[in-house]
Design a protein around this ligand. Structure first.
Ligand SMILES: [Zn+2]
Length: 101
């Protein structure tokens, strides 16, 4: 997966299309990511102790990494990521402006 934790991404499909957010978790087995504040769903949380009330919280749920593009701060748009190998080190670069990311 080219997207990494901490990346800014732009959603290109689905209900959050056009929104940006920061990747907080990578689920590489399922090719899914969790983006802070996006794909929010309500979740019922059961009380941990007796006497406590259960509550409903909004959580960011995982969604397919194919629904996002990397947000390049230089280009100010969603871009594809390329790899560049230099002195045996692999860098990620923006396909448009070629800046390393
Ligand atoms: Zn760029």
């Amino acid at each position: 997966m080219k997207i990494k934790k901490g990346d800014q991404v732009l959603v290109t499909k689905g209900k959050d299309k056009g929104r940006k957010g920061k990747v907080v978790k990578i689920l590489s087995k399922t090719n899914k990511i969790i983006v802070d504040g996006l794909n929010l769903k309500k979740k019922h949380v059961k009380p941990k102790k007796s006497g406590e009330k259960g509550q409903i919280i909004e959580m960011s749920f995982p969604f397919s990494v194919s629904n996002v593009k990397f947000w390049c701060a230089v280009c100010q748009k969603g871009v594809r990521i390329n790899y560049k190998i230099d002195k045996d080190k692999k860098y990620r670069i923006c396909q448009k402006c070629k800046k390393s990311i």
